[in-house]
Design a protein around this ligand. Sequence first.
Ligand code: NAD
Length: 268
Amino acid sequence: PSPISGKQRLSYLRSRVMSRTELTKKRALVTGAGRGIGRNIATALAAAGAQVVLMARTRSQLETVAREVSDTGGEAAVLPADIGVEGDIRYAIQGFVERFGGIDILVNNAGIVGSDSPVHDLLLDDWERVLDINLKGTFLCSRAAVRHMIPKKSGVIVSMASISGKEGNANMAAYSVSKAGVICFTKSLGKEMLEYGIRVNCVAPALIDSPLLEGMEPERVEFLTSRIPMGRLGQPSEVAATILFIVSDESTFTTGACFDVSGGRATY
Ligand code: NAD
């Protein structure tokens, strides 16, 4: 056989990369998909060919994102639910599986930042609300999803941690602890799921330009931005691009890992 040219090899490699990031026929559930980073994740997955179900509390926001997806030729359905409520999660995941016949990808993105408060002023209610949504919600959604993934021996889960879960930001103890919990939960679940061929990873962004910042004190936003060596906020689309890579077949040898999207802030 005649040797292949450099051009042919390049085109072979290009098509291989394209087909391995292709998500056609994959069924994906994205929590907190009504705005911000989740909205970008949902549209990126849909653009790669996945059927995407958008979950969050506010139906009108989800419908706007679903329209955005369908306007670009993608497919999305909406599922209003509160991820802090166990019954809501069970009902939502069951509904998802009945409608689509299974679940291939879960993105645990929904999260809240909580009050900007030192520990000596932090109310127990605030502490519990942040832990309920960020950590318990991640556990409940993951548990419900893997129960459907295990019999199929395949699936991918990505959860949203944060650089604060590695460093512990001042005045954000509940948030930092919840995200440290997400990182550790990812490692535990990743190990448990090895025998079922299910990959479990998380992402740790530094400050990202999303509506979440509206709930933070301007001085805190300025301080956290100053901690980023690249000297700027990250964009939601930059987080979505990392997640697209993680859920794709380009990332089949990675599980129980935390991917940093931090403009150089993460040092470990
Ligand atoms: P955002 O506030 O813009 O969006 C959060 C989404 O989560 C919204 O759609 C909201 O409706 C949904 N949500 C909140 N509570 C919910 C609940 N109980 N049930 C269902 N949905 C709920 O925030 P974002 O910046 O897009 O953040 C997305 C994720 O990324 C969060 O987990 C956040 O902690 C994490 N994160 C954000 C940043 C940042 O700087 N923006 C940095 C690191 C990590």
